[in-house]
Ligand binder design. Structure first.
Ligand code: ADP
Ligand code: MG
Length: 367
């Protein structure tokens, strides 16, 4: 089921004297293609949960419209929308067994949809199989691990075969290893069911790794929508560049002058198609190549061995980050005793942004 948001806006009135209104969702217009997994990504407070609440009908938009397929659902009550929701604190009913928890959404179906107990149990088992917890049906939530509880919550959201599945930070209560496992699991379930799924997270790596498309947002505003790799390779502004990637992009004060890109007084790359101006230069950690006569010199702080590759921690007077981090192959040789290290830059890993607007400057960078 395709989902479309049209100028969707949610404004919360400010509380207390002089308090400003909060625009949690500001004029969202985009389409979520049928059968895909979309990652809604942004820092805490940027409007992710509000967006999900609007989609499922728990909250009413201030203005704008929502479509599921060709049907407008903006005014449709939540229970008629056919949405499965896994909340951030996936709150299972502690006194009910896993089976009863999963069956719960089926108990209140009315009219034609009403099911017999046997039908409900059959549906619950089907959903449990999908998330591979069919052996746990008679346990109580307190007898399950965090990851298992999370699966029960997902099964409960799936049991009605929703048209759309909404997951609000579903992995945030799990430890690191389980997070990794469960996100692969969610990807598998989504592929199997082909239910259009919206996955909310503040963790860029999580969003990048499982999404077909990511929507990067901040302060209620959508900044960029695209395939994860496209957004990573072509961030539209400095915020998006800095939000995606670990370790984060290294940001420098720089300048375009006479066809060259300068960091400090060093010309680090040639530029075509950008006017002379002050810029921010974003260099991905993997964009540095240590070379004796490389264009950019940095102060060497230390070299951290990480097995597969090596992290070179440096300083630079024009850097916005306190330290500059380069990730290089472990077979590159760095003289750890030296005070400075020189790098050439991979042009595809360097982005420049207007100092004034912080928007990407589309131009050709080359050595
Ligand atoms: P996220 O899920 O991305 O962390 P939310 O959607 O929960 O963000 O919140 C977005 C903004 O809207 C925040 O500034 C939050 O304080 C505000 N907000 C959310 N719900 C309400 C509400 N019911 N009343 C007033 N302000 C709210
Ligand atoms: Mg939230």
């Amino acid at each position: 089921m395709k989902v479309a948001l049209q100028n969707l806006t949610k404004r919360f009135p400010g509380r207390g004297r002089g308090a400003k209104d909060v625009i949690a969702v500001n004029d969202f217009t985009f389409e979520i293609p049928d059968g895909k997994l979309i990652g809604l990504l942004g820092p805490s407070g940027c409007g992710k949960s509000t967006t999900l609440n609007l989609l499922c009908g728990l909250q009413k938009p201030t203005s704008g419209r929502i479509f599921f397929g060709d049907d407008e659902v903006t005014k449709l009550p939540a229970e008629k929308r056919g949405v499965g929701f896994v909340f951030q604190n996936y709150a299972l009913y502690p006194h009910l067994t896993v089976r009863q928890n999963i069956m719960f959404p089926l108990e209140n179906l009315k009219g034609e949809q009403k099911m017999t107990k046997a039908q409900m149990q059959e549906k619950a088992l089907e959903a449990a199989r999908l998330v591979q917890i069919e052996e746990l049906m008679d346990r109580k939530p307190s007898e399950l691990s965090g990851g298992q509880q999370q699966r029960v919550a997902i099964a409960r959201a799936l049991v009605k075969r929703p048209r759309i599945l909404l997951l609000d930070e579903p992995l945030s209560n799990l430890d690191a290893r389980l997070r990794l496992q469960t996100r692969e699991e969610i990807r598998r379930i989504q592929r199997e069911t082909k239910i259009t799924t919206i996955f909310v997270t503040h963790d860029q790596e999580e969003a990048m790794s499982i999404s077909d498309l990511i929507v990067v947002m901040k302060d209620g505003v959508v900044h960029q929508i695209g395939k994860p790799q496209e957004v990573y390779d072509k961030p539209v502004n400095l915020f998006v560049a800095q939000f995606l990637g670990t370790p984060p992009v290294n940001t420098f004060d720089g300048r375009v002058k006479g066809g060259k890109l300068y960091i400090g007084d060093e010309a680090v790359l040639s530029v075509e198609g950008a006017d002379d101006q002050a810029v921010y230069v974003g260099i991905r950690p993997e964009g540095f190549v240590p070379e004796k006569d490389g264009a950019l010199g940095c102060g060497l702080v230390r070299v951290e061995v990480m097995g597969r590759d090596v992290s070179v921690v440096c300083t630079h007077g024009a850097a916005q980050n306190t330290s500059v981090r380069a990730i290089i192959d472990s077979d590159c040789e760095i003289d750890e005793e030296a005070d400075t290290v020189r790098f050439s830059l991979k042009p595809g890993k360097v982005h420049i942004f207007s100092k004034e607007t912080q928007q990407r400057i589309d131009c050709r960078l080359f050595i």
